[in-house]
Design a protein around this ligand. Sequence first.
Ligand code: 13P
Ligand code: SF4
Length: 306
Amino acid sequence: MNRTTSNIQSEIRRLCAERDICILAHSYQSHAITEVADFVGDSFALSVKAAKAPNKTLIMCGVRFMAETAKILSPDKTVYLAAPEAGCPMAEQMSRDYILSVKQAHPDHAVVAYVNTTAELKTIADVCVTSSSAVKIVKSLEAKKILFIPDCNLGSYVAAQCPEKEVLLLQGGCPIHASVTAEEAAAAKAAHPGAKLLVHPECIPGVVAQADVVGSTKDILDYAHASDEKEFIIGTELSIVEHLQFDCPDKRFYPLSSKLICANMKLTTLIDLYNCVLGAGGEEIVLDDDTMRDARRCIDAMIALG
Ligand code: 13P
Ligand code: SF4
């Protein structure tokens, strides 16, 4: 085979059909990967799609917690993470023992875990949320006191939208989104005065406060696609600027900051995916039965409430 991008993509599609494989790609993956994926979306949408897919094998192009969530929701399927070294620093920031000790000190708080957490941490949470469902789910909980883990920036945003709740936050978050300063946001707005600023709630409150739209990756994509406006500053991972510019050639998209690159999301290459489809790469996700059962409880609660 002549190793061009399109030839490798065709070979991946041929092998997937032959071997009954479904490819899932998070929207932060490269265009070469999103083009060959069966489903592209945020981590939760991918897992739900995965559980419904008829294929016996799933390959996740994203980070480890996403592959774990897919496995928890599809226990009978074989799930691979295409790039085994791709982790999410935020998902791994807090240990189970640490959160158990916080829970012990605050026994009247419901534990709400962002889906960007390890399967192990999900086992001790009451409910999971995604960035798009967090406000709705927190509002719907009976508990007035909430311990929100691990992202204190998403947690601050949720707390501001849910003044009726007492939200306890810990020091954690996405190092990529949280790296953007309020001064950078002001400078980007000054450089592009006609552009709407669309920001992910993993950014710090001083950035979120300046946004025209605050939303998950999917919310940002949907807003930019549907809007009649012509210029947008994108306050989330740089690949979203690339995908939007590809999809909407009549609009202009500017990155909020050149620091918005998730190195872990960039670890998966088209060749990693090809090798995984061939059976010569990737890592099969294996979780013990107790972890699967207990983590599933909090994911099921999210599905029921969200
Ligand atoms: P969403 O895709 O759910 O908005 O999450 C953003 C993110 O940082 C994923 O790792
Ligand atoms: Fe984790 Fe942030 Fe990268 Fe998402 S963008 S995978 S939250 S480090």
